[in-house]
Design a binder for this molecule. Structure first.
Ligand SMILES: NC(=O)c1ccc[n+]([C@@H]2O[C@H](COP(=O)([O-])OP(=O)(O)OC[C@H]3O[C@@H](n4cnc5c(N)ncnc54)[C@H](O)[C@@H]3O)[C@@H](O)[C@H]2O)c1
Ligand SMILES: [Zn+2]
Length: 381
């Protein structure tokens, strides 16, 4: 063995990526959208990928914007919805990148759309030339408060959520809350499901804002335009608190080396429900149900009080989200969902449960009978 070589390479990468809030993003006077992160000058044609709805609502303004700059831009439109989060759409984007001659660094594509378009373009950018930068412009509530700070992308594969994907944070994400003004109400509620999760795991004040303003926030699409909200600006505060909370959690564990993640709260049983009902239950809708199911588990363990459980159920109701779905009535289905999630968590449950509104504990010993009892509570809702 003495003659055999053994080489160890060790390196680390310093990663910095920015999430910038702005207003009037599509106003030609606002230079942010045309910026190439880390570069100056024009380097070639850029690809702008627009979600279908975004194209019909804002496409002409996006084209006017780039028309007023010297940047040559090629456009492509993609359908949204989780059924379109596919490897085929990733390859469609890659083909367009090749067609227009996208460079290694100077011509990052721009993704304007919800979480689906962000994931598809993010993954295409991660794969193209083994990784090129891209710019993220999330246009849904879910995309702005959750996907916006994430380093991940992914597509659904063979009936499994995000089974293919990479870690590839874009250097720049631009957030303009005005995009939410055109979002269908159901999509706003779905985004609020993810805000609720953030409130439950670490931000009691955010939860109180949801309790006080939940229905108004949905109705006004977080624009703070009504008499109740103009001075208090809960839309702005909810958005900031949710992004800050997410950024804090991700920054300390960006590559998910630690598989115990409180941001996965409500995401243990929900992926199976979401994929099993596709396209019936939206991501944030399934997450809200997952949050309540886990609150029931915590209640039954004596970790959470009845009054806290009731407040959570009431808050979900106020936001206009469904608290339950028939898939939560089937304990065996839920046990299979847990088993599948376990494979994603290195074989351990690492299940975050609430010990109050705004605090959590990880448990590793959830039993089938606990799942059955909580499932019965979901049936009664
Ligand atoms: N990579 C990550 O870390 C991460 C984080 C959170 C969510 N996600 C993914 O995001 C996806 C869900 O994202 P989503 O909820 O944004 O769904 P989505 O991208 O399907 O968008 C929802 C709907 O809103 C429409 N839309 C988008 N912007 C609009 C606007 N401004 N006005 C009107 N309509 C608009 C879309 O066309 C679509 O019909 C899931 O696949 C989830 O896994 C990924
Ligand atoms: Zn989520």
């Amino acid at each position: 063995m003495k003659d055999l070589g053994h080489w160890v390479l060790r390196t680390s990468q310093d990663v910095k990526f920015e999430v910038v809030e702005t207003t009037g993003l599509l106003d030609p006077a606002n230079p942010l959208l045309g910026q190439v992160p880390g570069m100056s000058g024009i380097h070639g044609t850029r690809l702008a990928v627009l979600d279908e709805a975004v194209d019909s609502l804002f496409g002409s303004r996006v084209r006017e914007y780039f028309g007023s700059t010297a940047t040559p831009v090629s456009y492509m439109t993609l359908p949204a919805g989780d059924e379109n989060k596919t490897i085929e759409n990733v390859l469609r984007v890659a083909s367009r990148l090749k067609e227009i001659g996208t460079e290694r660094a100077g011509t990052p594509p721009i993704a304007l759309g919800g979480g689906v378009v962000q994931d598809v373009v993010g993954m295409a950018s991660a794969l193209y030339r083994r990784g090129i930068p891209y710019v993220r412009v999330p246009t849904t509530l879910l995309g702005q408060i959750d996907g916006s700070v994430s380093a991940k992308n992914g597509v659904n594969f063979e009936g499994c959520r995000n089974r293919l994907g990479t870690f590839h944070p874009p250097p720049l994400t631009l957030i303009d809350r005005a995009f939410i003004a055109t979002l269908p109400e159901r999509q706003v509620r779905s985004g609020m499901g993810e805000v609720l999760k953030m409130a439950l795991i670490k931000d009691g004040e955010l939860f109180r804002l949801l309790e006080e303003f939940g229905p108004v926030l949905v109705q006004e699409r977080l624009q703070d335009t009504g008499p109740l909200t103009r001075d208090r600006k809960p839309g702005r505060e909810v958005m900031h608190r949710a992004i800050t909370g997410m950024a804090e959690e991700l920054e300390k564990n960006l590559w998910e080396k630690d598989l115990r993640r409180i941001v996965d709260y409500g995401h243990t049983f929900s992926p199976a429900v979401e994929m099993g009902s596709l396209p019936g239950v939206l991501h944030g809708e399934a997450v809200a149900m997952g949050c309540l199911f886990c609150a029931a588990l915590a209640l039954n363990r004596g970790l959470l009080s009845q009054s806290e459980y009731d407040r959570i159920a009431q808050c979900i109701h106020q936001i206009g989200l469904r608290p339950t779905h028939e898939m939560f009535f089937d304990p065996e289905f839920l046990e299979r969902a847990l088993a599948d999630t376990l494979r994603h968590r290195g074989g351990a449950q690492h299940l975050a449960l609430l010990t109050g509104i705004g605090s959590t504990v990880f448990v590793e010993d959830l039993s089938d009978s606990e799942i059955t009892s909580a499932s019965q509570m979901m049936r009664k809702l």
